[in-house]
Design a protein around this ligand. Structure first.
Ligand code: V47
Length: 353
């Protein structure tokens, strides 16, 4: 059986087969991914009405790709008080926002309570809000900083009201590349271990991949294979999110952004390889809205959400600082021939727009 037939009949592809997919015609590759997308989701494109909050940019770690961390190229340090965070949450709740996505830098000055008690405050005041918070990189940082095991930090997250974990901090799992771009941060095995333990608590999470810097195509496939292997065990990943590296204001000197062709190929291949991960997110923040819309025909079935404020990728050049209007997001999905479906954070359908 040739590779295309294998994919069309739903058979799993190997590492070597996945790598060869980079060399086939782009539109043939798109068709293969689109075929899977249609079987799984038809013409539906999911989004949610959400708000990102990044409470501090003070960071003990030194990732070369990061433009957000205040201790490197960005001299403007900030750390929000819980009152400031609660003011934001009060405002967003009054406007019908359903998910708050809270990710911070690794700030050694705040204490563990600052990181965890805010979730309890939000959950107590707004029990219906979904809290997606703390990347595995933050969990690892808190564990090291405060001498607690991963299990203890994860249990504290559950106790304090965290509903799901975002997929940040995965970067690229290949150890050599990881050492070059973010030495000292959570290792690949630790990242996967933290998500496995989170899934064992009956909780869901996402998984990202940062690409378009110094990694090779083989590194990307290896990253996907490690995700697929863990997903076979736990089934806890809701969504895969390929993040396109943004080139500005950071210490990686890659000035050539990835081509749209390479981004779409990577999206399509991830849809094919990750046969056990239900959703593929074209994160419009790093791909641009226009390419995210095209990616709907290359396997992607989710565009994240309205976001409102975004600090991590906009610091590195993405045009996402103020999110996107709900009407605009719904409009462009419709105009591109897909059906906008508002979802909750766990992919239950809320409304077909
Ligand atoms: O882990 C940092 C990335 C991530 C750059 O789970 C950069 O639903 C591109 O993980 N260029 C944080 N990317 C964001 C993240 C995320 C976003 C949206 C949804 C979800 C989810 C998760 O941002 C970091 C890092 O990989 N990042 N710097 C940069 N220069």
């Amino acid at each position: 059986m040739n590779l295309k037939d294998k994919i069309l009949t739903g058979k799993r592809v190997s590492f070597d087969e996945a790598l060869t997919l980079y060399d086939i015609d782009l539109f043939d590759l798109g068709d293969l991914a689109d075929n899977i997308r249609k079987k799984m989701h038809g013409k539906k494109t999911y989004f949610n009405i959400n708000r990102h909050i990044n409470p501090t940019n003070v960071c003990a770690d030194v990732c070369k790709f990061c433009a957000y961390s205040a201790t490197r190229k960005n001299p403007n340090q900030y750390t929000m008080t819980h009152e400031q965070i609660m003011d934001i949450v009060k405002d967003i709740d009054s406007r019908g926002i359903k998910e708050v996505h809270i990710v911070s830098a690794h700030n050694p000055n705040t204490g563990l309570e600052w990181y965890l008690e805010i979730f309890k405050k939000i959950k107590t005041a707004y029990p219906h809000l979904h809290i997606k918070a703390l990347t595995a990189a933050e969990v690892d940082f808190l564990s090291r900083e405060y001498g607690k095991s991963y299990e203890e930090i994860l249990d504290l997250m559950v106790e304090n009201g965290v509903d799901s974990m975002p997929g940040g901090g995965a970067e690229i799992f290949d150890e050599k590349v990881r050492d070059f771009i973010c030495k000292g941060k959570v290792t690949s095995d630790q990242w996967l271990d933290i998500h496995q333990k989170w899934h064992e608590r009956g909780k869901k999470s996402n998984v990202t991949m940062l690409f378009g810097h110094v990694e090779s195509r083989a590194n990307r496939i290896d990253h996907m294979m490690r995700i697929r292997e863990l997903q076979d065990v736990t089934g806890g990943f809701n969504c895969f999110i390929p993040l396109v590296y943004q080139t500005e204001n950071n210490y990686l000197t890659i000035k050539e952004p990835l081509t749209a062709n390479e981004i779409l190929r990577t999206m399509a291949i991830s849809r094919i390889v990750l046969d056990n991960v239900p959703n593929l997110k074209a994160y419009w923040v790093t791909s641009t809205i226009n390419l995210a819309l095209v990616a709907q025909e290359f396997g992607a079935n989710d565009l994240d959400g309205t976001i409102e404020k975004e600090s991590i990728n906009s610091a590195a050049g993405a045009k996402s600082a103020n999110g996107v209007d709900l009407d605009e997001l719904v409009g462009v999905i419709k105009n591109s021939g897909f059906t906008p479906v508002e979802r909750d954070s766990l992919y239950n359908e809320i409304k077909v727009w």
